[in-house]
Write a protein that binds this ligand. Sequence first.
Ligand SMILES: [Fe+2]
Length: 374
Amino acid sequence: MRLHHASPAAPAAPTHSAGRDLSAWRVADLQRDPRWVVALDDAVRTDLMRALRAGLSAGKSLLDYTQQDFDFAPQTLAPIARAVAEAEHGRGIALVEGLPRESVSPTEFELLTWAIGLHVGVARPQDKLSRYINQVKDVGAVYRSPTGRGYSSRAELDFHIDGADIVLLSCYNQAPSGGDSLCSSSVAAFRQLVAERPDLAALLEQPVAHSRQGEQAEGAPEFIQMPIYGRVGGEVFCQWNRNRIENGDKLPGAPRLGVQQREAMELLDEIVRRPEFMYSMRLKPGDMQILSNHTALHSRTEFHDHEAEDQKRLLYRLWLSTPGAPQLPSGWAPFWGSTEAGLLRGGIHGHHHDAHCQSFDRRQAQAMGLRLAS
Ligand SMILES: [Fe+2]
């Protein structure tokens, strides 16, 4: 595959309307036009490590770092910005290859991921523990349990979205076998659904119960109701998370899924896994995948891990609210908080979203030019 190398200036992002069309990609589109892959060169790697080590402060909480702590050169940030623009306004998927990894410790690599995130958006909490960055690692979690989360297991996952505008996944170690990343365009899948079964496609625009997986605030409902697909003007967006819907369907008080709704969900899952829709890639140590959750779905294959603790599969995951993210369907407010563009949104606040977290949210939102919902 021919790759695009880092250049001093970030090219303009695709126009909004062209971007939405680009987001309806099929595998052949990604293979034909690899602009969604950005390879970093030695100069960028050197500058990333220079700024990282200059900014590192032992014992400092990630939430206390600011953009100014990591003074990456403009030509270092440019290829990363290009990849983010591709995820937000182009294909909905981007891959940055070649982050520094040799002689970089897991702690440094985590901080590097965080530092890049500080220049891209506002990190959002991801779970019951209100963690703003998560290790994607097998710690023996059971994905299918009522409170299970895929990132802590080694299981093959359903295609799904994560809970923020952008998910950024950087790879420190890959498993000896399995753990391949799978991506599929939810926009292309919807077009296919409409072409094959418009009656079922319409059902996916109706609200269904989503389990909160035990992450809700005390006393709050165990489920929320939202449609899987929604529209803003002529654009279609998706928030497909079958695990949460299957669990929601079992909760007391939740509306039960109908036979045709299940048929629609089965067809969606079947389409996104067809060879012409599902793109498979294997992240290497130093690779960083960037996805728009509004137009791209992701999954990964089951993996078998390394025996040695320091070689086990390990990725770092950031969820980001970003200034370039679009307005979302109004029916999605129960999860996103705000569906307006330009407002801080998304994430799972969990049970520990304290004053320290709120202070980070305010400071970083201001740095990124995002407003806080009143
Ligand atoms: Fe995910």
